[in-house]
Design a protein around this ligand. Structure first.
Ligand code: AMP
Ligand code: MG
Length: 522
């Protein structure tokens, strides 16, 4: 297995002087050297061919015992020194102080054709940042992270990747519903891959400690490594860094909204400085369209991280990053300008994205009402978001509103219960929509092709992940492979899978834990 070791973060930023394990508060520390826990019986369940290829590994490499040993934390790659990153964060709107990689350990950073990647194990044992937890991950949450990272990538959503999914052979105690019923589950470890795992929280940690020299070091490092196009004097550069991060964050959120992804724990420690989707925990996918939905049981009361609130929360998180960067700029105006621009630009991006979902020219600026009415209509009767938008491509310019309604009606749960008023409201919307379609130059067929490139046919529905988990718990990994293959081409018809996976959530999945709601216990 040939990997070109090139540690930049751990070479250029300050290491924790203390090297013993054991939880502690750190100062002047960007990371702590830390060896992964040796698993008792590591076993490879699945690996991503694409992510392996991305870092220059072949399928033969992935099948080798060395791969299992290294990506389970059993052996170390020659010449490497693993470490856990330190960061702080705001959790659910409150300052949470120091957090850090409690169960993530960077194995090494590597160079692949002059691009840097960080290889990070998740679930490889305690670190100085584990606080009261065990540093382990269970099989179910590891399957969810592995499958969803890759699915998001193939959907075209910026994300960290997942190279591998392994069992550790160790048992992990978890109380899924936090109700005093803890049980042992299979432990697992995933290897995530990204250019960097730096979060907003890394900046917040130094800022909260008033450690301006290291805050500056981290900002300089981030610019040099990841935003090298940024030049100028210090103030200009740090403001430009903030602007670039805001832009990338906004673009990521627009993509989440497009595919119906709900992150579930948008704390500032889960916000990537590169605008990547990071830390797949109790995330979920909208099945019936509902802006108020959150998959996270911990957030059931306030629904802070609900689908419809994600753009606002990203902005809130950017405010926290602005506060953290402020000491480097000492002027509020440039930061405020960026925050204001985020709001204006988000509105414009959202409209353009929705126009494309509707098969209309992205640049149309008179569609706000049509889009607004659509969001309201989708709430009138339980409607599957993915199926609705996919079926929309079948509507033709010459259709009347009745026919259009008929073409999308498979998206409704309990079609027979759609009321007369609801149908009337929809017919009104379709008259408006068809008028807009008629004004488009593209032919029906051309439009359908374009729409099918932005409206996925297949997403990792919550109950699908749960089915894969239920089987895997019994030692059958076939659904993991099936979903991984299916979700590589989410925009393709893949007729053979239509009946099974281009389908509404079954009734049993409505209230089942794991299928409709998820706890943070992972
Ligand atoms: P999350 O909400 O999953 O992003 O986690 C928030 C913080 O808790 C991070 O610092 C994690 O590293 C830490 N954490 C979560 N689960 C565990 C665990 N099982 N063991 C140690 N630390 C954990
Ligand atoms: Mg996290």
């Amino acid at each position: 297995m040939k990997l070109k070791i090139n540690n930049k973060y751990s070479t250029l930023l300050p290491a924790d002087p203390e090297e013993a394990n054991g939880t502690r508060q750190v100062t002047e520390t960007a990371f702590s050297y830390m060896r992964p826990t040796v698993p008792s019986k590591p076993e490879l369940i699945h690996f991503s061919k694409e992510t392996a290829a991305l870092i220059g590994l072949t399928e033969t490499d992935a099948a080798s015992p060395a791969f299992t040993a290294i990506f389970s934390g059993k052996d170390l790659l020659e010449g490497t020194r693993p470490y856990a990153m330190s960061y702080a964060g705001h959790q659910f709107g409150n300052w949470a102080g120091q957090l850090g990689d409690g169960r993530a350990i960077v194995l090494t950073e590597i160079d692949v054709q002059n691009k840097n990647y960080t290889l990070q194990l998740k679930g490889a044992g305690p670190t100085p940042y584990s606080r009261r937890a065990d540093g382990m991950a269970v099989l179910r949450s590891s399957i969810r992270e592995h499958l969803c990272s890759e699915a998001m990538f193939h959907l075209g959503v910026p994300t960290t990747r997942s190279l591998s999914l392994l069992l550790t052979g160790d048992q992990v105690l978890r109380d899924v519903m936090y109700d005093g019923h803890a049980e042992y589950e299979k432990g697992a470890v995933v290897c995530r891959v990204a250019p960097s795992f730096i979060r907003f929280g890394n900046f917040e940690l130094f800022a909260s400690q008033n450690d301006i020299p290291n805050l500056k070091k981290l900002a300089d490092f981030t610019i040099e490594q990841y935003y090298p196009e940024i030049k100028g004097d210090d103030k200009t550069r740090y403001a430009a860094l903030f602007e670039a991060v805001a832009n990338n964050t906004r673009k990521m959120i627009v993509q989440w909204q497009r595919v119906g992804f709900v992150h579930g724990v948008m704390n500032t420690d889960n916000m990537s400085i590169l605008g990547l989707t990071i830390d797949y925990g109790p995330y979920g996918w909208l099945e019936d369209y509902n802006p108020d939905w959150t998959p996270n049981t911990t957030d059931r009361e306030n629904r802070r991280y609900r689908y419809g609130n994600q753009p606002q929360i990203a902005l809130w998180n950017l405010y926290q990053l602005a506060n953290a960067l402020y000491p480097l700029i000492e002027e509020a105006a440039p930061l405020e300008t960026v925050l204001q621009a985020y709001q204006d630009q988000y509105e414009a991006d959202y409209t353009a994205m929705m126009n494309e979902k509707l098969g209309l020219a992205a640049s149309l600026n008179d569609t706000k009402e049509l889009i607004g009415l659509l969001s309201q209509n989708l709430l009138l009767h339980e409607t599957d978001m993915t199926i609705f938008f996919r079926l929309l491509a079948q509507i033709k310019q010459a259709d009347d509103e009745e026919l259009a309604f008929k073409k999308i009606s498979d998206a409704f749960y309990n079609l027979e219960k759609v009321s007369k008023e609801t149908k009337e409201t929809w017919l009104y919307w379709f008259t408006q929509y068809i008028t807009k379609l008629k004004a488009e130059k593209a032919t029906d067929a051309e439009r359908a092709i374009k729409m099918n490139q932005v409206n996925p046919k297949y997403v990792l529905r919550n109950y699908m992940a749960q089915l894969a988990i239920d089987l895997a718990e019994k030692g059958d990994y076939s659904l993991i492979t099936e979903f991984y293959e299916l979700l590589k081409k989410p925009y393709d018809e893949q007729e053979a899978f239509s009946n099974k996976w281009f389908a509404k959530r079954p009734d049993w999945a409505r209230q089942k834990i794991g299928s409709s709601m998820l706890s943070c216990s992972s």
